[in-house]
Design a protein around this ligand. Structure first.
Ligand code: AMP
Length: 539
């Protein structure tokens, strides 16, 4: 027997429509690429997104066609995003930090028909457009007056294409499992793979992230997503902010400490989200200029492990609460978030810190298990193995079935991360499975050593890789990028680590490099580091 409730399809166009009706004048503020701060509202975003839809329909875009964006977070990006998804086309967010060859591969693999972009990225597209014959038109987020001459064929200024378009367009005339967004994984091994979100999974993900123990967003919040929309939908904020009616502050191209600080203060931001490197830049700026944060209350940090000193600085020095999150493109992206639960009521400050440094618990809708040698291991906070995930908004296959069957016999996806889960459900990442160091039959997690090493005076960034050892198979090498003007030594680092990590995890050597290479999503590029140190041998 079926239930007798209304069949309200979970499609994302309803999110922006809800915001336009209920939070009509709530602002979306953008630092534009041209320079000035520009303001719009959910009401305007909705109307202009409808115009985008009509222009796309006029270009022959149909249900299931891919429309790409190569753009910073902005109000315009949101309009084109909802305008695309509303008619059942698929918004494919391109990551401008990828190498040109990877962009070419991704655009062709996705068969993008139209690309929306910012002025900043014209040179990238001009260099590759002739290798992407599938793209029939380009649209630059600017007006006719600011549109430079360009070699791109069929290239329009955004304001020009909206001119004369009707703001009436039928949205959501399709079922909720229809694809709505496409985002490629960073592809550290092999070609990038496409994660194809559906309307239903994006709506469910939005609902699960809004919970008080998760992001806990409210209509009163002013949210600054530094995390880009091309990084798994700005961790869902491009959906959850309008769903709540929160004010949005979009940083555009500028993510340095001074620019972020200016927006946080002038727009009275209460909530923000970014990877640790962005927060490091902000903290360094605050320290060097001796400034305070007057409105920011809560920050979500994820994408890479939260270093302890960032947690302590934000909470103890600036009075800003930190929520540590883990997720990946394949998990829409939020998988876990670390808000301490009732068991932490009588914890000491140090115990709270320890708990908050873990990657957190899974909200309803995300199931986790740790698997080693084909078996699920106990939730004891110690036994580590491969982190597996299943749930309402988790990838079931990659676009065009690249990589084949990606689920285990119980329907869980192997995240490629190595982790533990404790008795309260807190998951802690110890490594990527391909980065874990196998030493004498045991595993050494590199993240713990790295986090500990960045706490040493004068260290800007730390990375650990495994180096061949004739007796132990692999042993850790610690690689350090120094802070400008600082000069920590190998002895300083070994003394700092001593007693903080297991004795047999102590690195066999420490090497200093000018800069530690980062990949397209701001993570340490260990493949490049392994290449640099490929001739090094221990033992
Ligand atoms: P991406 O799909 O580019 O977002 O990358 C996802 C990967 O980033 C995960 O599989 C983890 O390896 C890593 N990651 C994300 N969040 C965290 C975190 N809080 N701590 C450690 N690693 C993380």
């Amino acid at each position: 027997m079926l239930g007798l409730m209304q069949n309200w399809q979970l499609t994302v166009d309803k999110i922006i429509e809800h915001a336009a009706i209920n939070h009509t004048n709530r602002e979306i503020v953008t630092r534009s690429v041209e320079g000035p701060i520009v303001r719009t509202t959910y009401g305007n975003i909705f109307t202009r997104a409808k115009k985008v839809s009509n222009w796309l329909l006029g270009q022959g875009i149909k249900l299931g066609d891919r429309v790409a964006s190569l753009a910073w977070n902005s109000g315009h990006h949101m309009e084109s995003w909802y305008g695309t998804m509303g008619i059942g086309a698929i918004m494919h967010t391109l990551n401008p930090r990828l190498f040109p060859e990877q962009l070419v591969y991704i655009i062709n693999h996705a068969e993008d028909k139209i690309i929306f972009t910012d002025l900043t990225f014209l040179p990238i597209l001009e260099a590759i457009h002739d290798k992407c014959p599938c793209v029939k038109a380009f649209v630059v987020f600017t007006d006719g007056a600011n549109m430079p001459p360009t070699k791109l064929p069929n290239c329009h200024a955004y304001e020009d294409i909206l001119q004369g378009q009707s703001d009436i367009s039928i949205w959501g005339n399709f079922e909720e499992n229809t694809a709505c967004g496409l985002c490629y994984t960073s592809g550290t091994t092999g070609n990038p793979k496409g994660v194809l979100y559906s309307h239903r999974t994006n709506v469910l993900h939005t609902l699960l992230t809004m919970g008080a123990d998760v992001m806990g967003l409210t209509a009163g919040d002013v949210i600054l997503p530094v995390v880009p929309m091309f990084h798994a939908n700005a961790w869902g904020i491009a959906f959850s902010a309008p769903a709540c009616g929160s004010k949005l502050v979009m940083p555009g191209a500028k993510m340095d400490g001074a620019s972020i600080y200016e927006l946080l203060e002038t727009e009275k931001v209460t909530f923000s989200a970014a990877v640790p490197t962005v927060w490091l830049m902000l903290l360094q700026y605050l320290e060097s200029t001796n400034q305070k944060l007057s409105t920011l209350k809560q920050v979500v940090i994820g994408g890479a492990a939260l270093p302890e000193h960032i947690l302590r600085s934000f909470e103890d020095k600036y009075g800003v609460g930190i929520r540590h999150a883990w997720g990946m493109t394949e998990t829409s992206p939020l998988g876990t978030l670390g808000t301490p639960g009732p068991e932490a009521a009588n914890y000491s400050r140090e115990e709270i810190i320890k708990t908050k440094l873990k990657q957190g618990r899974s909200p309803f809708g995300v199931e986790l298990k740790i698997k080693r040698d084909g078996k699920t291991v106990p939730r004891d906070g110690e036994t580590f193995g491969n982190l597996m995930v299943r749930g309402a908004a988790i990838a079931g296959a990659y676009f065009k079935n690249e990589g084949g069957d990606i689920l285990d016999e119980e329907g869980f996806f192997d995240t490629g991360d190595v982790a533990t889960i404790d008795e309260h459900g807190y998951m802690q990442i110890t490594d990527r499975s391909k980065d874990v160091i196998k030493s004498g039959g045991e595993w050494i997690g590199t993240i713990d050593i790295e986090n500990c090493a960045v706490g040493c005076e004068g260290v800007a960034c730390a990375a650990v890789i495994g180096i061949y050892h004739p007796k132990w198979d692999e042993r850790p090498l610690l690689i350090i990028e120094k802070k400008a003007g600082a000069n920590p030594t190998k002895e300083d680092l070994m003394a700092h680590l001593n007693g903080k990590i297991a004795k047999w995890w102590m690195p066999d050597d420490v090497r200093f490099v000018e800069t530690i290479p980062l990949g397209a999503t701001g993570k340490i590029n260990k493949i490049a580091l392994r290449e640099t140190f490929k001739d090094l041998k221990f033992g």
